[in-house]
Design a protein around this ligand. Structure first.
Ligand SMILES: NC(=O)c1ccc[n+]([C@@H]2O[C@H](COP(=O)([O-])OP(=O)(O)OC[C@H]3O[C@@H](n4cnc5c(N)ncnc54)[C@H](O)[C@@H]3O)[C@@H](O)[C@H]2O)c1
Length: 328
């Protein structure tokens, strides 16, 4: 049985990933300090996991390196999947210190334990497509020089650079993933799919920044990302690798909203009212992933369409509507 330590297990990606890995007969040790959402949401995302055998949860702040080291020494993980982060571009322009503290110093603290337990623990570090920032090319591949536009992107880029240093200097097998706009059940509360549902639910407008020509995103359905991680965990890994991840489902904002609007209406009987706003200077305008490097490495590529992904998200929302409605 593999032992996998996941940081940020109380969040969107961490909780979905942990559930999948536990049911796949791994021992998962999950760490979180419940700092990104109201308690009700963290407990909604984590509570199904707490009932499972092979899952151990520790309420630890990743900045607390002593506690992290203690549990790492105790469980000697084969893999460490680092998801914990301050997330969301817009908040990063307001709450700047917290982003650098968690995403840079926090990542350093996580990488230090890998060095200190000295066990050749392999690492998957979640970075972000935000590291690309402004580029001349519409299609983003791993060879481009990162050029972030916001503090979130900068903090993720710094975490990548520290990780790269650790991988090379201490010979730590390490994969960096740059996911493009991940969505699905147990949603992030700050991202467009959930913000649109919330706006429709509260009969408030959803603010659309830009249009199809200057707001284009490559969406990644959570199950596709999990499949990719599973394949990576089963492949031998010797050195440092960096990969884009998306479901190859790029959409302009208007097409994105048309799909959401139709599904909100047919599945939840909700109307979405849209108001236009000018694009934000610090947000990436076009974020389309070139997936060829990952496709060549893993041999297959999971590609859930945005429409199917949204239907699954709305199903999950409906099951927990009372909890989401209680949020202001
Ligand atoms: N969701 C996306 O679209 C997306 C895209 C690209 C990259 N990512 C990256 O994937 C990772 C997971 O993102 P997510 O969408 O699940 O975000 P999330 O906000 O849902 O989860 C992050 C978790 O980290 C925890 N956390 C924050 N600070 C912590 C600390 N100091 N100690 C311990 N735990 C802490 C939070 O409580 C939260 O549960 C992040 O690194 C994020 O940057 C996400």
């Amino acid at each position: 049985m593999r032992r996998i330590l996941i940081t940020g297990v109380g969040g969107f990606i961490g909780s979905n990933l942990a559930e999948n890995l536990v049911t796949d007969n791994n021992l998962v040790i999950g760490v979180d300090n419940f700092s990104n959402y109201p308690k009700t949401i963290h407990s909604l995302y984590l509570s199904p996991l707490l009932k499972l055998n092979n899952f151990i949860f520790k309420n630890i702040n990743i900045l607390d390196s002593n506690k992290l080291l203690r549990i790492s020494k105790k469980y000697q993980p084969d893999w460490l999947i680092h998801c914990a982060a301050k997330t969301g571009v817009r908040q990063s322009m307001v709450n700047i210190n917290a982003y650098y503290r968690t995403n840079v110093i926090g990542s350093l603290s996580v990488l230090e334990i890998v060095r200190l337990i000295n066990k050749k623990t392999k690492v998957i570090l979640f970075s972000s497509s935000s590291v690309y920032g402004f580029q001349k090319s519409r299609i983003l591949n791993e060879k481009l020089k990162p050029n972030p536009l916001n503090h979130y992107g900068y903090s993720k880029l710094l975490s990548e650079q520290i990780a790269q240093y650790y991988a090379k200097t201490f010979n730590i097998p390490l994969i960096i993933l740059r996911p493009f706009s991940v969505y699905g059940p147990r949603p992030r509360l700050d991202m467009a799919p959930f913000l649109a549902i919330k706006a429709a639910e509260q009969s408030k407008p959803f603010y659309k920044y830009g249009s199809n020509t200057n707001n284009f995103r490559d969406w990644t359905y959570i199950d596709d990302l999990i499949k990719v991680v599973n394949i990576l965990l089963n492949k031998p890994l010797k050195s440092y690798q960096i990969f884009n991840v998306s479901s190859a489902s790029p959409l302009g904002i208007d097409d994105f909203l048309t799909i959401l609007k139709n599904e909100l209406h047919s599945k939840l009987n909700l109307k979405l009212c849209i108001k236009k706003k000018k694009s934000l200077t610090y947000e990436m305008k076009i974020a389309i992933s070139d997936n060829s490097k990952l496709r060549n490495y893993i041999g297959v590529y999971p590609t859930t369409t945005f429409q199917i992904g949204v239907i699954n998200l709305l199903k999950y929302y409906q099951q927990h509507r009372k909890i989401y409605r209680s949020l202001r």
